[in-house]
Design a protein around this ligand. Structure first.
Ligand code: ACO
Length: 340
């Protein structure tokens, strides 16, 4: 029995905001943003869009691929047993989950649905949770795993140290339990996952207000809405360590060297983080897929957006071994090895 990805999809808002556009509003420059992060653009949703809207579009695209065309999406949705949305920017605080909103909109009436909160590692976590649940002998066959974020609505647009970094988007994958082997020759699908967390670093990336620790009070006037606060240097150091150690541990666990991997798909937070990890690991930078220039950091959406972009542009061939690696708020980290 293998857990294979049989369809991918993505959705990003049409509005593309360049670095130059930001320089009109805050004290920054295209040169600073590019040289410190590798970011050139980001896609920003309009006021009326919520995370589930992007998640739904990405999910439909993934289902259409899995089912062989747009006309089969509603039928394919009925065959989904599980919907997991990795997000830190849910439509609502608490409930309903973004996954339940997607479940209803898709008409996926046979699916259990819930969100996973692991920040930028949400998709990596979600794949493992879905694979575990599909592996149990409970009659579940297909899952939809989505990473979706609308970070523009939780960004302080006056804080140049964070607002230049983030973008909106969603990516999705349809997983199916198949008869292919998951061990030995010809093995397929999700073959290994490493997940970890270091809660001691929780304060380096957080939404301080709005939860039960620091709720908004009736009548209170606030300067900004709920917004992300980040200690960039701390997250940077953690990220380089997490990406390096996760890749190393996954390769060791599977007895791999870099030549065995067709691609490494890292969370797209900062090109410098990836370059630093590549250097430490002595893995050629060309092995790492990067699209941060176009989308900036879309948190849990970044890996599935990259996966779909690679899939649709013919970069992934049957039998290719790929390694995903993510890190983010929590702090969390993790990676998956997938044989395409
Ligand atoms: N434009 C121009 N100057 C800026 C900007 C900006 N947008 N932002 C900061 N600066 C200035 C600072 O004020 C500082 O100026 P000073 O020296 O006069 O004080 C200078 O640039 C250097 O600032 P640093 O913070 O030291 O810059 P650094 O090289 O560390 O880069 C960055 C900052 C890009 C945020 C980096 O630390 C980083 O990428 N950290 C990791 C962030 C990350 O990955 N976050 C996502 C986690 S995933 C998730 O869960 C969402």
């Amino acid at each position: 029995m293998a857990i294979e990805i049989i369809g991918t999809g993505r959705a990003v808002p049409p509005r593309r905001v360049s670095n130059d556009e930001l320089t009109a509003k805050i004290d920054t420059s295209d040169e600073w943003i590019r040289s410190h992060t590798g970011i050139g653009n980001r896609h920003i949703a309009d006021e009326g869009t919520a995370t589930s809207d992007l998640a739904l579009e990405a999910a439909k695209n993934a289902l259409a691929m899995a089912a062989g065309g747009d006309t089969h999406v509603s039928e394919a949705a009925k065959n989904i047993d599980l919907i997991i949305v990795g997000t830190s920017t849910a439509d609502f605080v608490g409930t309903p989950s973004t996954a339940c909103i997607v479940q209803y909109a898709l008409g996926a009436e046979n699916a259990a649905a819930f969100d996973v909160t692991a920040a930028c590692t949400g998709f990596v976590y979600g794949l493992e949770v879905a694979a575990g649940m599909l592996s149990l002998d409970r009659g579940r066959k297909r899952a939809l795993v989505i990473g979706a974020e609308l970070l523009s609505k939780v960004t302080n647009w006056n804080d140049r140290s964070t607002c230049v970094l983030f973008g909106d988007g969603a990516g999705a994958a349809v997983l199916e339990k198949t008869d292919a082997p998951c061990k030995g020759p010809g093995r397929r699908g999700l073959v290994h996952t490493l997940l970890g967390a270091d809660g001691s670093g929780g304060e380096s990336l957080l939404f301080r207000r709005g939860g039960t620790r620091n709720p908004f009070k009736a009548g209170e006037t606030i300067g900004t809405g709920i917004c992300v606060e980040m200690n960039g240097q701390e997250v940077y150091n953690f990220a380089v360590r997490a990406v390096t150690d996760t890749i190393k541990a996954l390769m060791q666990a599977e007895g791999l060297n870099a030549d065995d991997l067709a691609w490494i798909i890292p969370h797209q937070a900062n090109a410098r983080i990836v370059q630093a990890a590549a250097k430490r690991l002595k893995i050629p930078i060309g092995k790492f897929f990067m699209n941060i220039e176009e989308y900036a950091n879309t948190s849990a959406a970044s890996i599935p957006i990259a996966l779909d972009e690679m899939n649709r542009s013919g970069k992934l061939n049957k039998g290719d071994m790929i390694l995903t690696v993510g890190f983010g708020g929590g702090l969390t980290y993790g990676g998956n090895i997938i044989i395409w």
